[in-house]
Design a protein around this ligand. Structure first.
Ligand code: FES
Length: 584
C-alpha cells in the first residue's frame, strides 16, 4: 500500500477522462451521451462492478438488486460506479462443468479491468467457481479490489424436515433408487430444497470459498456468513460500495492483502469448516497468481493441525443459516486462536485480528469450541503412492471410517459414459468391498475435471443397504457430496497418469492415516502396461476447449493456465500484470 493518499490526477481513470486530448474528448462526449455531466465523474474514482448476475444463475438472482445497493454506496462515498457484466458460471446449468470456464472468467475479469478506466473493483460472486475466478483475475490485475459474497440461501424445508443443498439431493436420490421414498416425496424435496436467493447453504464450494475470501482479507468482516435474503446483506452491499472508494484513495491493493500468512489463514479456515475439496484446487490457483507456491504437502501439514469446528453438512449436522445465527465466520476464526495470524491486513484497512476481536459464539453446537471439536484434525488428507505420484485428496470426515484403511478389487470405468451405462447393470461384478475407479475425468480428459468423483453406488448394493464404497478418480466432487471418494488423482489418466493403467480386478490399497494410495501391481507389470498405453485423441481441435487442453495444469498445481501464473509460483508463467493499455 502506498503511504501517500492518491490525488485525482493520480487515478488510473484520469488518463481516460482527465487529460485534454482527442481521446479524452471522445470519452467525455460519450459519457454525455449516456446522460452524465462532467461533475458526476470528474476527479472521482471509477469503480467497476464485475457482476456475475444472469437469468440462469439462481444463486445470484438478488445481484440485480444488490448491484444498485453497491452503486448507492459508491455514489455516497464520492465514486463513479460502472457495472460491467461478466460470465455467470451457473453451477447447476453450465455443462460439462463450470470448472472448464473458471479460467475463462478469471481472464475476462482481468482483461475487463485492464482495458476499461477502472480505479477499483467490486467483485460480485458466490456460486462456486465465481469466487476463485474473480479473485484470480483481480489478484493478477492488482487494482484495489473488494469481494461481495452472494451469501447462502435459507435452509431448505420439506414436510418439516430441514434440507441441505446437494447433500440431501444425493441422500434422497439414493433413497428413491433403493425404493425407500416415493416419486411424490421426491417432488416435495425438489420444491423445498432451494427456497430463496443465495448460494448452496451446505458447506459446499460456495460457502467454503466465500469464507476463504473473507479469511484472506477480501470482504468486509462477517459478510461471508450473512444469508442472501437477510436485510443485513443489503446493508453490507452498500458498505462495500462505500469502502472501495476509500480503498482507491488509500491505494490498498490485493498485493497488500494476499501474503503467505493470509493464504494460510484462508486454508486453515477451509479446513476448520471441513470445507469443499474443490477449495484445494482454487486456493492453490489463487496463491500461485500472487506468486505464492502453495503445495498439497503444505495443505496436508495445515490439515494435521487444524480442528474441524463448523458442524455443518455434509460433514456435520447444521446449515449456513444456523452458522450465521451461531456467530458466523468471525466467531469461528476467533475460536481458532493462534491457528490464525491476526496481523494480516484486510480490505477495511484493519487487521483480521482487529476484525474478529469482539466476535462471540452464540451456539456451540453449531460452532464447536476448540476443546470439543467436531474432529480434532484432518478435515482433509493428501494421499500419495504409485497410483497418485503427484497427489490425490480425500475428505475423511465425509467417508465411512471403516473405509479409511481399505484394500479392494478395482472395478474400472473407462469414462463417465461407460460408468453411467454399466453402474446399475445386475451383471456388474461388484460387491461392497470393491473399489470403483473412474478414468478420463480430469482437467484435460473430461474435460474440465467435472464433479463426477462421487460415483453412484451400484443399485443392487444400494438395495442391500450399502451406502458408502471406496471410489477413485481424477475428477472433483461437489463440496456438498460425501463418501469415501479419492479425488484429484494427479497426473490424470488422460495424459498417461498411473490411473490409466488400472485394470479390473487389480488390488488397490488406501491408508488415510499413512496417507497412502497404491496400486498393488508389480513394477514390471505396470511397465508392460505403460508401454502398451495409447494416448487418447484430443477432445478439441479448435476454440477455447483446444486452448484449455493445451494450457491447463494438473490438479496439484490448481488447474490454472500455465501462462497466467506469476513467477515465483514454481511455474514457467509469463509473470507480471500484463501491463497497462495504450490509449490511442
Ligand atoms: Fe450455486 Fe451451489 S449451485 S453455489
Amino acid at each position: 500500500m502506498s503511504t501517500n493518499r492518491k490525488k485525482p490526477e493520480d487515478l488510473r481513470s484520469h488518463r481516460w477522462y482527465g487529460v485534454n486530448d482527442l481521446r479524452s474528448f471522445g470519452h467525455r462526449s460519450r459519457s454525455s451521451q449516456m446522460g452524465y455531466s462532467r461533475e458526476e465523474y470528474a476527479g472521482k474514482p471509477v469503480i467497476v462492478i464485475l457482476n456475475t448476475w444472469s437469468e440462469i444463475n439462481p444463486c445470484h438472482t438478488h445481484f440485480k438488486v444488490r448491484v444498485e445497493e453497491v452503486k448507492r454506496g459508491i455514489w455516497q462515498a464520492g465514486g463513479f460506479p460502472i457495472e460491467l457484466p461478466v460470465q455467470t458460471l451457473s453451477e447447476p446449468f453450465q455443462k460439462p462443468t463450470t470448472m472448464l470456464y473458471r479460467n475463462f472468467l478469471a481472464m475476462e475479469a482481468e482483461e475487463t479491468l485492464r482495458s476499461y478506466p477502472a480505479d477499483g473493483v467490486v467483485l460480485m460472486g458466490g456460486c462456486d467457481k465465481t469466487t476463485p475466478a474473480l479473485l484470480m483475475g483481480a489478484i493478477s490485475m492488482d487494482l484495489p479490489a473488494i469481494f461481495l459474497p452472494a451469501g447462502p440461501m435459507l435452509n431448505g424445508n420439506w414436510n418439516g424436515r430441514t434440507l441441505g443443498s446437494g447433500s440431501d439431493t444425493w441422500k434422497y436420490w439414493a433413497d428413491l433408487r433403493a425404493g425407500k421414498i416415493t416419486e411424490d416425496d421426491w417432488k416435495g424435496v425438489e420444491g423445498g430444497i432451494a427456497r430463496s436467493p443465495g448460494h448452496c447453504m451446505t458447506m459446499g464450494t460456495a460457502s467454503t470459498m466465500t469464507s476463504a475470501a473473507e479469511a484472506l482479507g477480501f470482504t468486509l468482516p462477517g459478510f461471508a456468513s450473512i444469508p442472501a435474503a437477510d436485510s443485513r446483506h443489503a446493508q453490507m452491499a452498500a458498505k462495500t460500495g462505500m469502502r472501495i472508494v476509500e480503498m482507491v484513495w488509500e491505494d490498498l491493493k490485493p498485493s497488500d492483502i494476499i501474503t503467505e500468512k493470509s493464504v494460510d489463514n484462508a486454508v486453515t479456515t477451509c479446513l476448520a469448516l471441513s470445507g469443499s475439496t474443490n477449495a484445494i484446487v482454487h486456493m492453490i490457483a489463487l496463491a500461485r497468481r500472487a506468486g505464492i507456491p502453495l503445495t498439497l504437502g503444505h495443505y496436508d501439514d495445515l490439515s494435521r493441525r487444524t480442528p474441524v469446528l463448523a458442524n455443518i453438512r455434509p460433514t456435520g449436522q447444521y446449515l449456513m443459516e444456523d452458522f450465521y445465527y451461531a456467530g458466523g465466520l468471525r466467531a469461528m476464526l476467533k475460536e481458532l486462536g493462534d491457528s490464525i495470524d491476526g496481523t494480516q491486513r484486510t480490505v477495511n484497512g484493519k487487521t483480521l485480528g482487529e476484525n474478529i476481536a469482539d466476535a462471540e459464539i452464540f451456539n456451540d453446537a453449531v460452532i464447536r469450541r476448540r476443546a470439543v471439536p467436531l474432529m480434532p484434525d484432518t478435515g482433509l488428507a493428501v494421499l500419495r503412492g504409485n497410483l497418485a505420484p503427484d497427489g490425490a485428496v480425500i475428505k475423511p470426515g465425509a467417508a465411512d471410517p471403516k473405509l479409511h484403511v481399505h484394500t479392494g478389487r478395482a472395478v474400472v470405468f473407462k469414462d463417465y459414459a461407460d460408468m453411467a451405462a454399466r453402474i446399475d447393470d445386475d451383471a456388474l461384478d461388484v460387491d461392497e468391498n470393491s473399489v470403483l475407479v473412474l478414468q478420463h475425468a480430469g482437467p484435460v480428459g473430461a474435460p474440465g475435471m467435472p464433479e463426477w468423483g462421487q460415483l453412484p453406488i451400484p443399485k443392487k448394493l444400494l438395495q442391500k443397504g450399502v451406502r458408502d464404497m471406496l471410489r477413485i478418480s481424477d475428477a472433483r466432487m461437489s463440496g456438498t457430496s460425501y463418501g469415501a471418494c479419492v479425488l484429484h488423482v494427479a497426473p490424470e489418466s488422460f495424459i498417461g497418469g498411473p490411473l490409466a493403467l488400472v485394470q479390473n480386478g487389480d488390488l488397490i490399497e488406501l491408508d488415510v492415516p499413512q496417507r497412502k494410495l497404491n496400486l498393488l501391481v508389480s513394477d514390471e507389470e505396470l511397465a508392460r502396461r505403460r508401454a502398451a498405453w495409447v494416448a487418447p485423441e484430443p477432445r478439441f481441435t479448435r476454440g477455447y476447449g483446444a486452448m484449455h487442453q493445451i494450457h491447463v495444469m494438473q490438479a496439484d498445481k490448481g488447474c490454472d493456465f500455465d501462462f497466467l501464473q506469476r513467477e515465483g509460483s514454481g511455474c514457467a508463467g509469463s509473470g507480471g500484470s500484463g501491463g497497462e493499455p495504450e490509449i490511442h
